[in-house]
Design a protein around this ligand. Structure first.
Ligand SMILES: Cc1cc2nc3c(=O)[nH]c(=O)nc-3n(C[C@H](O)[C@H](O)[C@H](O)COP(=O)(O)OP(=O)(O)OC[C@H]3O[C@@H](n4cnc5c(N)ncnc54)[C@H](O)[C@@H]3O)c2cc1C
Length: 363
């Protein structure tokens, strides 16, 4: 098997295949774990998922909770709950509507307003007029997961090829890739190349629409407890958490600058100021902390914000797993399901929603 892309999707796919005894070559154009999977904010959020993805996030949690034992190391996995907040009446209405749809898919939340919020979470600002609380929000460390996962796949016999930019892919009974590190062929190939997956699929004539988000994240100096629980926002414009080393991470999908063709991933300071101001309003305790670093990374987005996971249309040996909104959370599950599909021909969870051909006419 060839797996193209060494982020969370590719590494978990490779691990699943190796566990089933497959011979796997994982190829990355740069180093493994250098793109979205390494620069993300580490939220393992349920409340910030589309309702259709709620069951998948809860299934992913089952895998996350066993991952430290499976990989034999600490990953700072914390499932300590989180608040999703609203700061206007419109947002409060939206919070309620989305929560109802998520609850219908298995999410458990409690609804809070006014005095409940002040009593339960006095560290939230007065601007917060309504909130939902879920015990199923949490986080883990991307910095710890990457090296551990790489070690596990290599221990499982996977050959990791770095600096192997795939420049051509031909399908057929025995797919073959040409890369800057040589040519490789195998029975099947999995495209797990994140935001670049559309470009790779195009090499075999499959159209997988992908647009690009350039997400920004900031980290503060270490501080006494300031964010006891994860915080997200009714409009999806804020993620806040305090991680194990006590620094606070501030994100929320505010957009930086860059495109796949120019390879820029830069901070847009106007956007960043809005992100930081909102963070301070929602958690006033953040105002006394210095931001020590901000960065940006690429996230591929599909037209319906659901991932691509499955076989490419008309290509019996070419598979794709990519572009999940919240793909760090979902990565262990998505990689598991793709590996199962390739090795066993069936998956332990339904994947019809994620058909990579769903935007191709005539499919
Ligand atoms: C700043 C930021 C914050 C985020 N925060 C969160 C969060 O808090 N929680 C959450 O759940 N999700 C978050 N996400 C989303 C999450 O990080 C991604 O959905 C997930 O990591 C995608 O994993 P991936 O393996 O699909 O892609 P990637 O990690 O991007 O890996 C793709 C790999 O493919 C390789 N590749 C590309 N083209 C080629 C080629 N031609 N040949 C060979 N290799 C190739 C790349 O080099 C790369 O290593 C965030 C994303 C960003 C950018």
């Amino acid at each position: 098997m060839l797996v193209i892309g060494g982020g969370t999707f590719g590494l978990f796919t490779a691990l699943t295949l190796a566990d089933r005894g497959a011979e796997v070559i994982l190829i990355d154009r740069g180093g493994v774990w250098r793109e979205a999977s390494s620069v993300n904010a580490g939220s393992l959020g349920v409340q910030n998922k589309l309702p259709a993805l709620v069951p998948y996030t809860l299934w992913a949690w089952e895998l996350w909770l066993g991952l430290e034992a499976r990989l034999g190391c600490n990953l700072d996995v914390r499932r300590n709950g989180g608040y999703k907040v609203a700061t206007t009446e419109d947002e409060a209405q939206r919070l309620k509507t989305v929560a109802a749809e998520q609850e219908a898919r298995g999410l458990t939340v409690s609804h809070l307003c006014g005095d409940d919020i002040r009593r339960e979470a006095p560290w939230l600002g007065d601007c917060v007029v309504a909130a939902t609380y879920s015990p199923d929000d949490g986080y883990a460390s991307p910095t710890l997961l990457g090296p551990a996962l790489r070690r596990a796949v290599e221990d499982g016999g996977v050959t990791v090829v770095e600096h192997g930019d795939v420049v051509s892919l031909s399908a057929g009974s025995r797919p073959r890739v040409e890369t800057s590190a040589g040519a490789f062929e195998a029975d099947a190939v999995a495209i797990t190349a994140g935001a670049w997956s559309g470009q790779l699929a195009m090499m075999v004539g499959a159209i997988l629409p992908v647009t690009l988000d350039v997400n920004m994240v900031s980290v503060t100096e270490r501080a006494p407890t300031t964010i006891p629980k994860i915080v997200t926002h009714a409009r999806g414009i804020l993620t806040l958490k305090q991680v194990a080393n006590m620094s606070c991470l501030i994100g929320g999908g505010w957009q930086g600058i860059g495109t796949l063709s120019d390879s820029r991933k830069e901070i847009d300071y106007d956007q960043l100021v809005h992100n930081l101001r909102l963070a301070q309003r929602v958690i006033p305790g953040l105002a006394r902390l210095n931001v020590v670093r901000s960065w940006a990374g690429y996230e591929g987005v599909t037209p319906d914000s659901l991932p691509y996971l499955g076989r490419l249309p008309g290509q019996p040996n070419v598979y794709c797993g990519a572009c999940a909104r919240g793909g760090f959370t979902l990565g262990p599950l998505m990689g598991r399901l793709l590996g199962e599909l390739i090795a066993d021909g069936i998956t332990s969870r339904p994947i019809d929603l994620f058909d990579p051909g769903r935007f191709m006419s005539g499919h």
